[in-house]
Design a protein around this ligand. Sequence first.
Ligand code: 5GP
Ligand code: MN
Length: 343
Amino acid sequence: MSSLRTPAPDPEGVRALALLRSGRSFLLAGHVRPDGDCLGAEAALARVLGALGKRARILNPDPLDPRFDFLEEAATFHAYEGGPLPEHDVAVLLDINTLTRCGELGLALAAAPSKKLVVDHHVASGGDEPWWDAAFVDAEASATGLLVWRIARALEVEVDRTAATAIFTSIVTDTGWFRHSNTDAETMAVAAELVARGVEPNRLFARIFQREHPGLPRALGKLLARTEYLAGGRLALVDQPKHLADEALVDGDPVLDLLRSVGPVEVVLYLRETEAGDCRLSARSKSDFDVQALARRFGGGGHKKAAGATLEGPLERARERLIAAALEDLGARASAGADGDRR
Ligand code: 5GP
Ligand code: MN
């Protein structure tokens, strides 16, 4: 059973572990608007590297989402504000495999003389020449935080309660609290190990999901009233014009979760017009419809069951292009059988 819990790393992974062992000063970076998986993986890896006597600094394109403020027990989160990067000999990119997902920070990292290490569970977008020196990648892993667990085991670092909380945060973020079909035996086994190390799932749930803004129910109500069904109810769409942006609606999950809960709905599309005028897409699937392929048509990506992209505005035009592409993909699919919730 131990092989189930920590699969042996591939040759790339072995190189990645060697780089983690030999490096002294690390810069850990994630993607724009870092989510709980990205942040948890960073916090846990910072903790693991710290236990090995190494310096690790976290630097993200955007600030820490306050719902994950408890991760500051493990590490300090810095947001990149331009200018030279702190000195480091190894840059670790977590929960991403392309520097274009790092905004301005990606350009600075690309220009830095440091070694580059990718720790990620996304399918590579293809076409890109490998720009990293080593990669600890498994597209089957439910969360990037799970990869940090594997790294800690391989480096023989004891995962303490603080690191365990960070890894648990990663896992519950990317598995939708163990609901999505990426929730496999390894995920559950590691979750049990983390609880044994002091993680309290109910307290963590309250910290992450029960501190919402009082304006959330009403803002959500207004937005959900815009729900449209297409393709005979297989596709649900909500578009959010700029004027409906609301500080209570920072997280798309409440919208996505509700639409996904509707019986006949296979594909959920949530399109948000930003202040800058372009449109952020969050797409989810609960059938074998591949939302990653859909997102890629617009220069985005992600996983089969959860993906995103940024479309050029205005909203009305983006919406039309998105619907046309989604209907085409739905029509092109040979079979429409629902197969659960694999991401
Ligand atoms: P969300 O809808 O929560 O923003 O994103 C869902 C998933 O899609 C994320 O976990 C991430 O893997 C991926 N994703 C979201 N936006 C983008 C994007 O613009 N580009 C790429 N490559 N992936 C994205
Ligand atoms: Mn992730």
